[in-house]
Design a protein around this ligand. Structure first.
Ligand code: DX5
Ligand code: ZN
Length: 219
């Protein structure tokens, strides 16, 4: 089981971009703001980049959890460090240098994370967990918000929980995709610490209330 109060990270991918500042400030009880960066190559969708990330950083005190769904993340991370990211999470499928990149990020004073597509096994990365502050388990194919939760990805969470606890690491397990009032409890049960929620937060009438409800259901 996850050890501390569950963290909720609303994804601004599901926000109304024409009112982005208001949407970020509409979730005062969120722990982090999840920022989804898509390049139209690693995933078949394009979102926004470092300038929008910096603009979000300027209007909130919240920590930015930046999820890079982009090719060659090593080429771009400096832009996101400069934009004010607290944690930068890149995909292991997008780089051959995941440990070196994590070491680079930590040396620059940001938290380092990796993420994996649903089809990528976690076993190949367990030996490297000590280099990472966060792992994002994707519970949908990355690229779009509003997709259905893939419960089979919880096996990856259980494996991570066991290894992280056995080794006494403090790597945060985050889950991303299809998290809602219907799915969050099973993810919490499997050992998730932090939950990304896009449509479940920004599709709700009261986004901040949705954050509180999700946290209560995960507790
Ligand atoms: C998907 C993104 C997610 C997405 C989640 O590629 O990484 O962060 O915004 O959206 P929901 O919560 O609607 O599945
Ligand atoms: Zn994401």
């Amino acid at each position: 089981m996850a050890q501390s109060t569950p963290k909720i990270a609303p994804s601004i991918l599901a926000a109304d971009f024409s009112r982005l500042g208001e949407e970020v400030n509409a979730v005062p009880d969120a722990d982090w703001i999840h920022v989804d960066i898509m390049d139209g190559h690693f995933v078949p969708n394009l979102s926004f980049g470092a300038d929008v990330t910096a603009a979000v950083h300027r209007i909130t005190d919240k920590k930015l959890d930046v999820h890079l769904m982009i090719e060659n993340p090593e080429k771009w991370v400096d832009n996101y460090i400069e934009a004010g990211a607290d944690c930068i999470v890149f995909h292991v499928e997008a780089t051959k240098e995941h440990v070196a990149l994590a070491q680079y990020l930590r040396a620059k004073g940001v938290r380092a994370g990796f993420s994996l597509r649903p089809g990528t096994p976690i076993e190949d990365y367990l030996d490297d967990l000590e280099y990472f502050d966060e792992v994002i388990v994707m519970s949908v194919e990355p690229g779009f918000g509003g997709q259905s939760f893939m419960p089979d990805q919880l096996d990856k969470v259980r494996t991570l929980r066991k290894v992280i606890d056995e080794r006494g690491l403090d790597t945060v397990i985050e889950i991303d995709g299809g998290i809602s009032a219907k799915t969050i409890a099973q993810a919490a049960e499997a050992g998730v610490d932090a939950f990304v929620a896009g449509s479940a937060v920004y599709g709700a009438e009261d986004p901040n209330k949705a954050v509180e409800e999700l946290r209560a259901l995960a507790s």
